[in-house]
Design a protein around this ligand. Structure first.
Ligand code: FE
Ligand code: FE
Ligand code: ZN
Length: 280
């Protein structure tokens, strides 16, 4: 069974997201933990969470993925912005324990002019402050396109962060197909080799989720502009090979393509139609 969903608006709460997912034949989804520009999160509503957990169980929705606000920068040169990122993520992790056992994805950050090494040191330091031995949420570093001074533009940078995190058992990686393509990893012509490299550098056991996006730009462009499935330079056939690859097919896939719900429903139907279920 293919585990697939898309990015949904969290403005109406968890149960509303669960119902949207079912409407488009998704069995998982991604959402922002709060306004993507940061700021306060809405109070958690225990009744909504309880209703969602029951609904998700009935409708076989699982492995939901929370996404941190993309404006947070854990390796900013400004100490106040680093503190803000740490406090926001610590608060997100505390709240996510109400929906236990899922994943929390974040963009490692941009080092601006401080250099990759300084950036990696800040990010791992923050993780060592916010991760708790007892947490059930796995925190994922997202592979980035390498726009500007983004950290995570290659597998080595993510590996360096993971190496410095004490509770690395609570860590993982989310592979974004648009981002790795823009970062120069040719998943169209050399998917096996790219995944072998991921395994060699990071270890496939850390790979917990895939953002499934086409890219508006050619290989190595470092741009990060998502396209609908089949409307970019990666193409439909390559993305179908991604969901069926033996190293990936058990993972949850999240569409972050420019779509409304009906467009997501079409992409999910297309991908389900091309997924090869394992023989029981
Ligand atoms: Fe992201
Ligand atoms: Fe992404
Ligand atoms: Zn992106």
């Amino acid at each position: 069974m293919l585990t697939i969903g898309c990015h949904l608006s969290s403005s109406k709460g968890y149960l509303a997201m669960g119902k949207d997912a079912v409407k488009i034949n998704a069995n998982t989804f991604q959402f922002f933990t709060r306004n993507p520009r940061g700021g306060n999160a809405k109070e958690l509503n225990p009744a909504d969470i309880e209703a969602f957990l029951a609904y998700a169980k009935d409708h076989k929705i699982n492995r939901i993925l929370a996404h941190a606000p993309y404006t947070l920068n854990a390796c900013s040169a400004d100490a106040h912005l680093r503190d803000f990122a740490r406090e926001t993520m610590a608060d997100d992790l505390r709240r996510l324990e109400y929906t236990p056992g899922n994943c929390y994805n974040f963009h490692p950050g941009s080092h601006v002019k401080q250099g990759v090494e300084a950036g990696i040191a800040y990010i791992s330091e923050m993780l060592n402050q916010i991760l708790k031995p007892e947490q059930t949420t796995t925190v994922l570093l997202e592979t980035m396109a390498g726009k500007g001074s983004e950290i995570g533009r290659n597998f080595e940078e993510l590996r360096e962060i993971l190496d410095r995190v004490t509770l690395s058992g609570h860590m993982g990686v989310c592979l974004d197909t648009c981002h790795v393509w823009d970062g120069g990893y040719d998943i169209v012509n050399h998917l096996d080799e790219v995944l072998a490299e991921f395994d060699r550098v990071i270890g496939l056991k850390y790979l917990k989720a895939v953002h499934l996006n086409d890219s508006l730009n050619p290989l190595g462009a470092h741009k990060d502009r998502h396209a609908r499935i089949g409307e970019g330079h990666i193409g439909k056939d390559a993305l179908i090979r991604v969901i069926n690859h033996p190293a990936l097919k058990h993972l949850p896939f999240y569409l972050e393509t420019p779509n409304e719900l009906d467009g997501y429903a079409e992409e999910i139907a297309l991908l389900r139609g091309h997924y090869q279920d394992e023989e029981e």
